[in-house]
Design a protein around this ligand. Structure first.
Ligand code: BG6
Length: 491
């Protein structure tokens, strides 16, 4: 596995820990080898030390892991070169050959692009020019590439990047990663929908009033100010993670659970998402930016005071959108999506609110405002599923209270779920693209978000609302849903 951008945060926080877990579960062969590639001048030994330190910091090691830690880190190597220049690739080719000879790696190659996105096309082109994109032993070994998000920054650039990638790789070699799809609870969404007959009949506009998807973080932009200034919340979270959640909630049942069938259904769904007309954007899209405040008992600075951020920045750190899906299942059902940094609580949750009962049987008995049923799919934390139902409060009078029927992962299964990167890296090595994004879905997601991003860019500071760090976002996001007689449910 060749990681471009190996000195970055993702490698030490997610990729190397995920590989270590796979090794611990005996899912990696002993010959497995990682070649970190980056400009930062490390030696093999320095890189190994850094990764050992990272493993101790970012993964859960137990006392018995020491010897595995030693052997695992012996399989880590490092090439310090500028990978935007052609010379570096000669060295990479040689090193890969050497690894095949010395470690018996057998010619399989997994390239992982974890650099800033501007390097993606450059690296892909160089890989193509050096012939590294073709399997070393056709029919006997494989070559694949994993491309981190963001895939492009709008429809046009995503299309351009796709053209570059597919000019040297075949689509079946390309794995566009969205780590939300590797989360256990996100995969369970499909299991929940398609292995329980009881929900499918009510999973449509006749029974569902609306859907809310919240992906909230307490974290700010940390040390990623420069990246975030270019990206903003919609590009960082909505275009990928939140839209993926929405498509899994709303897509039609695929005929089989294979990559083509699942990805066909997702693309079909995305094609049905209504573009937001420019003149109605204010009714369907809200953006905000965090001001100073308190999160988890700590005073935190405003986004504009974060390192790498312009003091006059108009980049959004919060967005709320209302979308419609124009098909038979979902006609007229609003999907409210919101995500933000520096919010009150770290929580990702999907709420399906069912319609109210058609006839209030208990009117006049003080129980005439029965809460509708709500199905909550908790992605993280406290992974689980809860259905809120109305129940009679014990006592002589007729009073109704919402109560919950709950399933909690931790209680039912005890075991820790696999981390998202673990699942996805293994799938990639096994050649299963089901949980990776196909070109068409990525471009379709840009297509309906582009008008929002263009309009916000043109408007600059006009229409940008500020929210206190540690709150639930700007008041305008509440109005977005409340003007339709609904409200955000407290996650
Ligand atoms: C990443 C975003 O894709 O997802 C980050 O770039 C964000 O800004 C992260 O913090 C959230 O992932 P998770 O798994 O912690 O919910």
């Amino acid at each position: 596995m060749v990681i471009f951008g190996a000195s970055g945060d993702l490698t030490q926080r997610k990729l190397v820990p995920a590989l270590f877990y796979l090794a611990r579960e005996r899912l990696l062969p002993a010959e497995f080898t990682v070649i970190g590639c980056s400009k930062t001048p490390y030696t093999h030994e320095r890189f190994r030390q850094k990764m050992q330190k990272a493993l101790k910091e970012f993964s859960s090691l137990s006392a018995g892991d020491e010897s595995l830690l030693e052997s695992f880190t012996k399989g880590l190597f490092y090439i310090s070169e500028d990978f935007s220049s052609a010379q570096a690739y000669g060295k990479l080719v040689e090193f890969l050959e050497q690894m095949d000879r010395e470690r018996g790696t057998g010619g399989n190659r997994l390239f992982y692009l974890s650099t800033p996105p501007s390097f993606f096309p450059v690296i892909v082109q160089h890989l193509g020019a050096t012939g590294l994109t073709r399997p070393k032993f056709p029919g006997k070994s494989w070559t694949r590439i994993v491309i981190e998000k963001p895939f492009g920054r709008d429809f046009e650039s995503a299309e351009r990047l796709s053209r570059t990638v597919t000019s040297v790789f075949e689509e079946k070699q390309v794995y566009r990663i969205d780590h939300y799809l590797g989360k256990e609870t996100v995969q369970n969404l499909l299991v929940f929908r398609f292995s329980n007959g009881v929900f499918e009949p009510v999973w449509n506009r006749r029974y569902i009033d609306h859907v809310q998807i919240t992906v909230a973080e307490e974290l700010g932009v940390e040390k990623r100010g420069a990246y975030y200034e270019e990206a903003g919340l919609v590009r960082d979270m909505i275009q990928n993670h939140v839209v993926q959640l929405m498509s899994l909630v709303a897509m039609e049942p695929p005929a089989t659970f294979d990559s083509t069938a699942v990805r066909d259904e997702k693309a079909k769904l995305m094609r049905a998402i209504r573009s937001m007309p420019r003149d109605q954007l204010d009714q369907s899209a809200v953006r905000g930016q965090y001001a100073a405040g308190w999160v988890g008992g700590q005073k935190v600075p405003a986004y504009r005071s974060e390192p790498g951020v312009s003091p006059a920045s108009t980049t959004e750190t919060y967005a709320a959108l209302k979308l419609y899906i124009d098909n038979w299942r979902w006609a007229g059902v609003p999907f409210y999506l919101r995500s933000g940094k520096r919010l009150s609580k770290q929580v990702s949750k999907i709420l399906i609110q069912f319609q109210r009962v058609p006839h209030l049987l208990f009117r006049g008995s003080g129980a005439d405002s029965i809460e509708p049923n709500v199905l909550a799919l908790r992605i993280q934390p406290n992974e689980g599923i809860a259905l809120t139902i109305g129940a009679k409060l014990p006592g002589a009078t007729m009073q109704i209270r919402p109560v919950k029927m709950e399933f909690r992962y931790a209680e039912s299964f005890g075991a820790e779920p696999a981390t998202a990167y673990e699942t996805l890296l293994l799938d990639c090595m096994l050649g299963d693209q089901t949980l990776f994004n196909r070109e068409d879905a990525v471009e379709l997601a840009w297509e309906f978000l582009d008008p929002v991003l263009t309009r916000w860019k043109e408007d600059g500071p006009k229409g940008l609302s500020f929210y206190e760090a540690g709150s639930w976002g700007p008041a305008e996001a509440d109005s977005l849903i409340e003007r339709e007689g609904r409200h955000w449910r407290r996650p």
